[in-house]
Each structure stands twice: as structure tokens, then as C-alpha cells.
Ligand binder design. Structure first.
Ligand code: EPU
Length: 411
């Protein structure tokens, strides 16, 4: 199994460009099932989750079936189900797998599909134990008025895509407001759809009564705001001067506010920003929230910063209950992380970190471990890096370019 070997302590310097956004590309790719012909994608990131989505879409048949083994491997496979149901009147899919960051139910999708006229059947289990569902609409899907129980990013994307081919108008309330939803709606609108309100909590979709979209405008994948934020944190921890290019600052306002409070100075340049390690990092409390709040996907990297801050930082993870699972590993590295309950960790710093053998728990915490290893004394070995490759393109090569000592090995 491949692993990363990281020698800590190097001072980082130079420039790094932010790659294309996984979470913007995934729903746009899934939406290609709503097109008569194939839409064109520009700047798709070369990462594992995108390969899985392409494989999944290619495996779809005209009965709404997909390769269940591929689907169960990644959570975002659920994004293909709405388009399949909308187009073929039925879809079968396993309870999606993916990260181990919490329960990750799919009830907001199922409730939405049922209100539009779909009927869900549980039809056994895959070999790995995932429940397999099929959902079928006997008549054409009907536009509806639907309020999400919780703000869900992929839930909002999935129901928008389903409503697009339904009969009549759909009004969605309590929608998530993440930028990826705006990108998806803009892409679909550029190709003939009528979706209004994306980026607010109320979205109205005009149903096309089964009429597929014609591919006119391509989707150019925007920069990944989570990767950009993670590089900012890395720069604040380890850089003499790191220029981050291809960054959309507006999408990172909560992180900028937290870094400002931590005493990290970020300077605008023509193509991005420059960040450097401050003399002292202040402790900062953060609470993850739906956009435009502090992104849960930046919580683990920020916690590494908190280990180097003077004083106590309270990290409050409100979105997923399994996203503080790094506490034990960080403590083994020398950090002082006290878990108050499944949602809150108190980090006392600064503490030196020491290289250790680690297993990447999920995508975002995996890169946080790489950052911890880069500032630690000695060598770390990080396993289960498929989790990191799911979302970050050639991350080892790009980090080496700014002075990091990181190697990919077959262990
Ligand atoms: N939820 C439900 N029922 C549902 C769906 C969600 O209760 O049917 C709950 C979740 O348990 C969670 C909350 O709603 O407590 C919000 O989760 P959301 O549905 O928004 O998460 P998601 O759509 O599955 C996307 C990103 C995640 C990111 C979250 C939160 C994609 C492909 N994934 O997931 O990204 O953490 O939004 O911002 O867009 C990642 O990229 O590593 C990743 C995990």
C-alpha cells in the first residue's frame, strides 16, 4: 500500500497554485446524465473521486442502474441518483460509502424524491453490507415545494438536478448556500436550464417535463476553496514566504477572519496572496458552520495551527460527529488535544510535534496529518493515502516544489 514519508522541519518558500475543486466538479459531472449529448469539462482535477464519478456515469444503463461496487466506494455517488431518476424514471444505488466522518444519512434526498413521486424500495445488501435501494416513479416526476430538514450541500444539488426534468416548478427551501451550488446552477443555466436563487436558501427550478439539456457551454472547474484554505494554514505554520495563486478569497472569508485573529498576516499580490509564518500564533476558537461559516473541511487543518498557537483554542465541529477523530494521533505526536465531547476539542499550545506512523482517517484530516508531519521533528509515515489522493492532485509533487520533504513510497 502506498504511503507518504515526510521529514519535518523544512522552511517552505515559493509559490503554489490551487487545483480545481473536487466538490464543484463532482455534481457538474453527475449532471451530464441530464444532457442529450456530452457536455464539455475544462480543468477537471486528476483525482480519485473524479475517476470514480466518470466510471460511475459510464456504467449507467437506461434502466437507472449503475455499477454498485463503484457507487459504494464514494459518498458523492449519491449525486448521480437524482439525474438517473429524473431521466429514466428509476434508479438503483447502494448506501454510499466514503469518509468515516459521521453517520452521513441520505434522508433529505429520499424525502425530496418521494415528494416528487418516487417510491423507495430496499432491495438487499451488497457483499460489503451496504444497503441497496431502488427508487422508481410510476408516473412522471412532479415539481414540488420541499423544505430541507437540514442544509445539505449534495442534497441541494441532487434535488435541483432531479427537479430539472420534472413536470412543473419546484421550490426548495432551507437550501445550502455553498459556492458549489452556484457553480452547478450557472452551468446548467448556461445550457438551457432555469434555476433561480442558487446561493440563497430558496431555490426555484423550472421543470423541463423530461426534455434533456443540450450541451452548449462548457463547465470550467473553479479553484478548490478547501485546498486554498489548507495552503494558507500550511503557509502560516511553515513558510518564510508562500505565494498562493489561483485563490478565490471571497469564498474563504471565515478562514481569513480566523487567521487574522491568530495573528497571521496575508498580503494580496497580483495573482493571489502571500502568507508567512508569524512570530507568534494566537489561540482562536472556531465553530464550523454551513457556508459562509467556517468550513468543516478546514477544521482539521486549522486544528494543526491551534497546536502551535499560544493558549487554548476551542474547536467546535457542528456538522459531522466523527471529525475530531484525529485527537489521539495528534496527541501521540506531542499535541495537547482534549476531547470534551464528540463535537468539541480543546487544544492547548504551543507544543512541539514529533514524527510518528499515522493512518489517514479521511481526506481532509489526511492532509492535516501531512501538515502536522511537515512541522514535526523527525520522520512520519502516513498510510491510507488513497484518502488523500481522492481529493488533492499530486499533492506530494506540489509540496516538494515549495521545499517540503515528502516522498510517496510503496510500503
Ligand atoms: N445530513 C442529513 N441527511 C442527509 C444529508 C445530510 O442529516 O440526507 C446531514 C449530515 O449528516 C451533516 C449535514 O447534513 O450533518 C450536512 O451535510 P451535507 O449533506 O451538507 O454534506 P455532503 O453534501 O454529504 C458536502 C461535501 C463535504 C463537506 C460537506 C459539508 C461534497 C461532495 N461533499 O458533503 O466534503 O464536508 O458538504 O460542507 O460536496 C470532502 O470533500 O472531503 C467532504 C467531506
Amino acid at each position: 500500500m502506498p504511503a507518504f514519508l515526510v521529514k519535518g522541519g523544512n522552511i517552505l518558500e515559493g509559490e503554489i497554485a490551487v487545483g480545481s475543486s473536487k466538490n464543484a466538479a463532482l455534481p457538474a459531472l453527475a449532471s451530464s446524465l441530464l444532457f442529450r449529448d456530452s457536455p464539455h469539462f475544462l480543468n477537471l482535477p486528476e483525482i480519485e473521486d473524479i475517476k470514480r464519478m466518470n466510471e460511475l456515469i459510464s456504467s449507467a444503463d437506461n434502466q437507472g442502474g449503475v455499477d454498485l461496487e463503484i457507487a459504494k466506494r464514494f459518498r458523492a455517488s449519491i449525486l448521480a441518483v437524482g439525474p438517473l431518476l429524473a431521466r429514466f424514471g428509476k434508479a438503483s444505488f447502494p448506501h454510499p460509502g466514503g469518509c468515516v466522518i459521521g453517520a452521513r444519512p441520505i434522508d433529505v434526498f429520499i424525502n425530496g424524491w418521494e415528494i416528487m413521486g418516487g417510491k423507495l424500495i430496499e432491495s438487499g445488501k451488497t457483499e460489503g453490507g451496504n444497503m441497496i435501494y431502488s427508487i422508481e416513479a410510476k408516473e412522471s416526476l412532479k415539481g414540488c415545494d420541499y423544505t430541507f430538514k437540514v442544509q445539505s450541500v449534495t442534497g441541494t444539488e441532487g434535488i435541483i438536478m432531479t427537479a430539472l426534468l420534472a413536470n412543473g416548478q419546484t421550490t426548495l427551501r432551507n437550501c445550502a448556500m455553498e459556492p458549489e451550488i452556484i457553480y452547478l446552477a450557472e452551468f446548467l443555466n448556461n445550457n438551457g436550464a432555469d434555476i433561480r436563487g442558487a446561493g440563497t436558501t430558496e431555490i426555484v427550478v423550472t421543470g423541463r417535463a423530461g426534455k434533456l439539456l443540450n450541451a452548449i457551454a462548457p463547465f470550467s472547474v473553479p479553484p478548490d476553496r478547501i485546498e486554498a484554505g489548507t495552503f494558507l494554514i500550511l503557509g502560516a505554520l511553515a513558510a518564510k514566504s508562500l505565494e498562493i495563486k489561483n485563490i478565490n478569497q471571497r469564498e474563504l472569508a471565515s478562514l481569513f477572519a480566523a487567521l487574522g485573529e491568530a495573528g497571521v498576516n496575508i498580503i494580496d499580490t497580483k495573482n493571489g496572496v502571500i502568507v508567512k509564518k508569524p512570530e507568534k500564533i494566537n489561540a482562536v476558537n472556531i465553530k464550523t458552520k454551513e457556508y459562509p461559516g467556517f468550513a468543516t473541511d478546514l477544521q482539521a487543518p486549522f486544528s494543526i495551527l491551534a497546536t502551535q498557537a499560544s493558549g487554548q483554542s476551542l474547536i467546535h465541529e457542528t456538522i459531522f460527529e466523527g471529525r475530531l477523530s484525529y485527537a489521539e494521533d495528534l496527541n501521540r505526536m506531542g499535541a495537547k488535544v482534549a476531547l470534551m465531547d464528540p463535537h468539541r476539542a480543546l487544544i492547548t499550545g504551543p507544543t512541539p510535534l514529533y514524527g510518528r506512523e499515522l493512518q489517514s482517517p479521511d481526506l481532509r484530516a489526511g492532509l492535516a496529518y501531512v501538515i502536522a508531519a511537515l512541522i514535526a521533528e523527525g520522520e512520519s509515515k502516513i498510510g491510507n493515502i488513497y484518502q488523500i489522493d481522492r481529493g488533492y492532485e499530486k499533492i506530494d509533487e506540489r509540496l516538494r516544489m515549495i521545499g517540503a520533504d515528502i516522498r510517496r513510497i510503496e510500503s
